[in-house]
Ligand binder design. Structure first.
Ligand SMILES: [Ca+2]
Ligand SMILES: [Ca+2]
Ligand SMILES: [Ca+2]
Ligand SMILES: [Ca+2]
Length: 480
């Protein structure tokens, strides 16, 4: 029941709060932190700090990596006058409100706290892990259909994951003391909401997302996760599932500075933000693979950061043995790929027998939770990307992205489409797929055509023999 209430609140807020966006004269109805602004600098010129002081703005945070300053307007200041003054400065590229980012992402159902999942150790088999909630759960009876449907049982025979691979979960934090999460958690992330070094989860969403990627599999307890890798938490959403663009951008840049391989973003906003764009570009340039939720409102309105071209935008499916697009899943030419996210078919916020929900870890001891949404689809893609990276440690983010796209199971209209993107991820096929670089020879990628992401085009220098070898690989669709 929590979801519809939250959704209607959000709609009310959007309807009744209108913030004028000074930058570029665009008027966008959006929800923002009152009195807070993000100033995007041109270059690294921070002499503008004096100007801010004179204008009656208090510096709250310097985000030097992306050249952004978070400022707060002092009470007596007329913001429209300040904006006029700042826009005249050649050192300033833009000023935008510090927008609110929310989890509009689906619903978390009620928690399932019971010691039964700690005491039952069923027989494992070659076919199925021994985690009791994998085969069945007490609410829907379907257990982890989401892992079965993408071929995880076959995939695990090829790769279980490497702890060297690190995935940042940028979310509400992670409850790392959970018995199914403690082995994959790695310290180093930050709590941007409470400004401390402990990104614990006081809401539950981030722990649920983290468990899909990396809950411990085969320990006879709780749920199975996709990959035995390392999870880092950047807490950017508070105990109500809401946060700011400043904290989100800080979480992304901090994760990139830690050198993580993959950044999972099961969150987003319909409001375009130049600061978020800068943070995404920064992480992308550092070699991170960014994966984000397409959003759950069944519209084609671009949802950010998913809709940025550097980011893999993940749509949602539900069903077993065949899964189909979930009706709430956003769509459009910005969708990259799809993965299971479940569907609360009667939309009452309660998981019932026969419905497809995603069960994962919660933020309390021995607690598990069912939920739905592109929030859940996203960590399936991050988990698979982490397995590919474990299997091919030398793979670049772009190579991993190409494998995900190329090996996805085509659904809907033939070829890439606006509902499924390249199709639903296929874990077994993705792990069987050789990397371009693994063929050896003299082939070397000298340029990738970023502007034309579909299909992936690589320009190679190579000896004729190498070219012949490469053409035999299904990843290559065309030759010149
Ligand atoms: Ca904390
Ligand atoms: Ca487990
Ligand atoms: Ca229901
Ligand atoms: Ca298709």
């Amino acid at each position: 029941m929590r979801c519809p209430i939250r959704l209607s609140l959000l709609v009310l807020i959007i309807l009744f709060m209108s913030v004028e966006v000074p930058s570029g004269g665009r008027d966008v109805a959006a929800d923002a932190v009152e009195g807070e602004y993000l100033i995007g600098l041109r270059g690294a010129d921070v002499s503008v700090l004096d100007l801010l002081e004179r204008s009656g703005l208090k510096l709250v945070r310097r985000m030097d990596e992306i050249g952004v300053l978070l400022v707060r307007v002092k009470a007596e200041v007329m913001i429209s006058e300040v904006v006029k003054a700042l826009e005249r400065s050649p050192s300033i590229e833009y000023i935008e409100p510090n927008y609110i980012v929310k989890l509009q992402e689906g619903c978390l159902g009620p928690s399932l706290t019971t010691s039964i999942y700690a005491s039952i150790i069923p027989e494992g088999s070659a076919q199925q892990p021994n985690d009791p909630l994998y085969a069945s759960d007490p609410q829907t009876g379907r257990g982890q259909w989401n892992l079965r449907v993408i071929g995880m049982q076959e995939a695990w025979k090829l790769e279980g994951g490497s702890r060297e691979v690190r995935v940042a979960v940028v979310d509400t934090g992670v409850y790392y003391r959970h018995r199914d999460l403690q082995s994959s958690y790695m310290a180093g992330g930050y709590d941007w909401v409470n400004d401390d070094m402990d990104p614990d989860d006081d809401y539950g969403h981030g722990s649920w997302v983290a468990g899909i990627i990396a809950a411990e599999t085969g320990n006879g307890y709780g749920v199975a996760g996709m990959a035995r890798i390392s999870i880092i938490a950047e807490k950017v959403l508070n105990n109500r599932g809401s946060g700011t663009i400043a904290d989100l951008a800080s979480g992304i840049t901090h994760a990139a500075d830690l050198g993580v391989d993959i950044i999972n973003l099961s969150l987003g906003t319909d409001t375009y933000s130049s600061t978020l764009r800068r943070a995404v570009e920064y992480a992308y340039e550092k070699g991170c693979l960014l994966v984000a939720a397409a959003g759950n409102r069944g519209t084609s309105t671009p949802h950010y950061p998913a809709a940025f071209e550097e980011v893999i935008a993940v749509a949602s499916t539900y069903g077993e043995p065949e899964d189909l697009r979930a009706p709430y899943s956003n769509y459009g030419e910005w969708i990259t790929i799809s993965a299971p996210g479940g569907w609360d078919q009667d939309r009452d916020g309660i998981p019932e027998a026969g419905e497809f929900w995603i069960i994962s870890t919660d933020n309390k001891p021995d607690s598990f939770r069912l939920g739905t949404g592109t929030s859940a689809s996203t960590p399936h893609v991050s988990g698979l990307a982490a397995l590919i990276k474990s299997h091919h440690p030398q793979a670049t983010s772009l190579e991993i992205r190409r494998i995900l796209e190329y090996t996805a199971l085509d659904k809907g209209t033939p070829g890439r489409d606006d509902y499924y993107g390249y199709g639903r991820i296929d874990a077994y096929k993705a792990l069987k797929q050789p990397l371009l670089t693994s063929v050896g020879g003299e082939g070397r990628v000298i340029k990738t055509c970023e502007a034309q992401l579909k299909p992936g085009i690589l320009i190679l220098t190579a000896a004729i023999t190498t070219i012949t070898a490469l053409i035999g690989i299904p990843l290559i669709r065309r030759r010149i």
